[in-house]
Design a protein around this ligand. Sequence first.
Ligand code: PLP
Length: 374
Amino acid sequence: MHVDSLLAHAGCGADTETGDLVNPIHISTTFERDSDGSYGKDYMYSRLGNPTRHELEQILTNLEGGDSCFTFASGMAAACAILQSVEAGSTVLLPHDVFHGIPKAILNTPGLSVDTRFVDYRDHRDLDDAIARKPRLVWVETPSNPMLRVTDVRMVAEKAHSVGARVVVDGTWTTPLIQRPLELGADVVFHSITKYLSGHADVLGGAVICRAGSELGQRLEQIQQLGGSVLDPFSCWLTMRSLRTLPVRLKRHCDNADAIAGVLVKHPRVSVVHFPGLPDHSGNSFIGSQMSRGGAMISFQVGELESDPAPAMKVAAATRLIRRATSLGSTESLIEHRASMEGSVTMTPQNLLRLSVGLEDPEDLIADLLQALS
Ligand SMILES: *Cc1c(COP(=O)(O)O)cnc(C)c1O
């Protein structure tokens, strides 16, 4: 069956006594034992396992072509679970351009004792040097946040596996409909459910999907059940509700982004547009081989001076339809001055704006950007 058909029925069709089309939410925290003391229906306590959560985890496992999935109360809870799953003292490679929460969590969470090394994965010598140090985990985010750099997942996975390292791909910006990292050689896929998967800016969640035979799966299950930052049943249910429309939403997000990037790239006040869907972007050659489309996140720089935030701030201040907020992947378009959001650790150009392209009519979005830029 095609993935669109599978998703159109996500969270539906359980065989219930009432014949509901949409499956109910299992909010019970505890489940009754049989008279002999056993748990014949498999569920005992909701932190350890919940039927609604399992339903979502099964759908995400299928979507990524994995073997197991564990959902968490936020993307960062899922990310920290992955970082906890490697032995203390391990070396973890991080890309130069990466969601700022990951290095911040490593630096500021007591007990998350891993050594980080920042690598430009596009620079093969830099990568080979880092691989020679025998990292345990190689963290990939592609396209990266906020510079939209595309990393060759097959190449990184091959090098990482040659020294026994595991590869995680943060697939938040692409979703499994645009990119399937396990097929490219990754061991684990990470998602912030908060973004496209839930898609309406009203659910905070994270997921980790593991390939068959990955030893990380067992450790992640323990961290989920014992650490306890599980995704709650209502958020699981809302996410399944959203997954039913993911294919149509994502198509519109991407079509809108293609149209907007084409206008921005010709605008005299815009010095650079970072978007893999543009023919002369460094990541464009990966469309077809690694990603099916360019996605719907665009970063662009206003004016020539990278150190001057003022012109970009003015553009963000002037949008009317596009809302000024962080985050991404929901129905309404969002614009953000990224450097000031990332704080003092930022390496993002001060004149850069990040745009999460929503589901509005593209003509209205383009008109809003043009008036804000004028
Ligand atoms: C939002 C985001 C995260 C963190 O997820 P939360 O749900 O906010 O905790 C991680 N990676 C990327 C690429 C993101 O966009």
